[in-house]
Design a protein around this ligand. Structure first.
Ligand SMILES: [Zn+2]
Length: 151
């Protein structure tokens, strides 16, 4: 049952999508991250971030992140190995980014209409992209985790 879709008036003053919070999947392979160029019509569209979306009440964070990434990019979930999670806590809302390694053979295909493009980006070149504002804000903390995982 999908019960996560809906807006939340957040303690931080913004409105966020996901009644039970949201989760995204940051896939890592070699020195590269799989980033998603979101379609212009979605909230904060035409920016780069990670595939993700609303979490359902019965899902774990990892389940939600992987499900959303499969829906949006067509990846094979069996090739995903979750390692750690970065939690952006807002009070009555949260966004969890699951950092995971992608095995050889994991490739995006069958993008849904929320994804303009997905691309493997060297982690050192992430800030050269026009990032989703929330991803940009948390990137310095996520980058610290990425550096530990790629080295
Ligand atoms: Zn908030």
């Amino acid at each position: 049952m999908r019960d996560g879709d809906g807006w939340v008036e957040c303690d931080c003053g913004n409105r966020h999508w996901g009644k039970h919070g949201a989760a995204g999947l940051l896939l890592i392979r070699d020195q590269h991250l799989l980033l998603q160029h979101r379609a212009p019509w979605v909230h904060n569209g035409d920016t780069w971030g990670v595939p993700g979306g609303a979490r359902d009440s019965h899902e774990t964070i990892i389940e939600a992140a992987v499900r959303e990434a499969v829906e949006e990019t067509g990846i094979d979930a069996t090739l995903v190995k979750p390692l750690t999670t970065f939690s952006d806590l807002h009070g009555n809302w949260r966004y969890d980014t699951v950092l995971a390694t992608a095995a050889i053979g994991l490739e995006p295909h069958n993008l849904n209409d929320e994804s303009h493009e997905v691309r493997w980006v060297n982690w050192q070149e992430v800030t050269q992209l026009d990032l989703h504002p929330s991803f940009a804000k948390t990137w310095p903390q996520i980058e610290t985790l990425v550096i530990q995982l790629v080295n």
